[in-house]
Design a protein around this ligand. Structure first.
Ligand code: FAD
Length: 401
């Protein structure tokens, strides 16, 4: 690796860095491109710790990046999986209204989805809902038949393969620790050596703000980690869930509420919640990092966020430590489910960008500097949208670099 020279170096070997790399290699084959990943393997953070849902694009504000990239991304992803023999299943999803007070929001979601171009959405009554999900209680539901499931780690691995076959270089175990600029070039220092690049693309996920700051960028956000914890349904209870079962989301909060997902490996998961993590890659409750937390406390946006969301936040922590409360929320959707149906599960940590005014950035945020592009906010449905986001970044790079 010593002192190699590249046209573009991409920092971060998650699904977005790898999609971008693959698409740059296909569309700009004259450029020499490398990916630097700090872990020994690719896609071990958000890409390897998510719900594995191929979203259809219902929730997002029409015209937003999320709406555009998710709808286009799902279509492209289905084609990509077919071409590359990656297993997926379009098992369908229901968003379920339990109470009259949720019907207005469900109707709004139906209109949003239709405006975003999500095909074949259907508002269904209790009888049709029972045919789709026999064990779910609800007075009405929004049915999205094309929502699906896939293993995003496999998708990311296929992007990496295609990139390497096209001549791209991937270096793992190579955290970028320092970035130095000189005219026409940036030097990226890693423990394995230094890469020189004309331009860089930052897909650093949970560390995207730090990577951007290393380039001298005045970063308008801070990444605050939110852990999502899951339970797993015991195999004998899998029959309770046919596809994907979601509540009507709380419009005050950017997360979707605890739900049931059948995943492509054959498990059924319940979750995730959304609790403030005390470490950026804090997958366990006890994980703590002093500098991550001091950084949060020194960031004015953190306090403003805390002031705005303290009630919801405390509720999430309470539910995280009380299986009974978690179960009660799950029983709203699936009354038959009992404590004995739930076993411990895994977790993931979301990289949520928080603005200086304390607001949680809702849309994807991709900003462009002189010789760099930074992905500063790419929460769910980032994995579903990965081909569309990578294409967008490749467009920006081809136009600017
Ligand atoms: C709990 C949870 C559930 C989700 N569910 C879904 C879902 O069902 N469907 C969906 O579409 N999306 C979902 N998402 C969102 C989706 O996982 C993300 O949008 C997507 O994985 C983002 O990919 P990424 O490449 O930006 O990030 P990551 O996968 O986190 O990759 C970033 C990479 O950068 C590397 N890195 C960081 N700093 C450095 C450095 N200094 N040097 C070198 N490398 C560095 C990291 O090690 C990491 O591998 C979910 C996310 C979570 C956390």
């Amino acid at each position: 690796m010593e002192s190699s020279q590249y046209d573009i170096v991409i920092i971060g070997g998650g699904i977005l860095g790898l999609s971008t790399a693959m698409q740059l290699a296909a569309r700009a084959p004259h450029w020499k491109v490398a990916v630097l990943e700090k872990e020994d393997e690719l896609a071990t953070h958000q890409t390897g710790h998510n719900s594995g849902v191929m979203h259809s694009g219902i929730y997002y504000r029409p015209g937003s990046h999320k709406a555009r990239f998710c709808v286009a991304g799902l279509n492209n992803l289905v084609d990509f999986c077919n071409e590359n023999e990656i297993e997926y299943e379009q098992c369908g999803k229901v968003i379920v209204a339990i109470e009259e007070s949720e019907l207005g929001r469900l109707k709004d979601l139906h209109e949003r989805g239709a405006a975003n171009g999500v095909p074949d959405l259907e508002l269904v009554g209790p009888e049709r809902l029972k045919e789709i999900e026999p064990h779910v209680a609800g007075i009405q539901a929004l049915y999205a038949p094309h929502t699906g499931i896939v293993d995003f780690t496999k998708v990311a691995a296929a992007y990496a393969n295609r990139f390497q076959q096209a001549g791209g270089d991937i270096f793992t175990g190579a955290p970028v620790q320092k970035i130095t600029r000189s005219t026409g070039s940036v030097a990226l220092e890693t423990p394995k050596g230094t890469l020189q690049a004309k331009n860089l693309i930052n897909c650093g996920g949970l560390h995207a703000d730090r990577v951007a700051a290393m380039t001298g960028e005045d970063v308008p956000i801070r990444i605050i980690p939110f852990r999502g914890e899951y339970y797993t349904l015991r195999p004998e209870s899998h029959h309770l869930v046919s596809g994907l079962i979601y509540p009507v989301p709380d419009p005050q909060f950017p997360f979707l509420g605890v739900h049931f997902t059948r995943n492509i490996k054959g498990h059924v998961e319940a979750g995730p919640n959304a609790v403030l993590a005390l470490r950026r890659e804090g997958y366990r409750k006890r994980d703590f990092n002093l500098s991550d937390n001091l950084g949060n406390l020194a960031y004015p946006g953190f306090w403003k966020m805390a002031l705005k969301y303290w009630k919801i936040g405390l509720g999430e922590v309470y539910r995280s430590y009380n299986k009974r409360v978690f179960l009660r929320d799950l029983q709203r959707l699936l009354p038959e489910i009992q404590d004995s149906d739930l076993a411990g599960g895994g977790s993931g940590v979301r990289a949520q960008a928080v603005a200086k005014d304390g607001s949680l950035l809702d849309d994807f945020s991709i900003i462009q500097g002189n010789d760099a592009i930074h992905v500063l906010n790419a929460p769910s449905p980032g994995a579903t949208s990965s081909l569309a986001i990578g294409e967008h970044i490749a467009d920006l790079a081809i136009a600017a670099f």
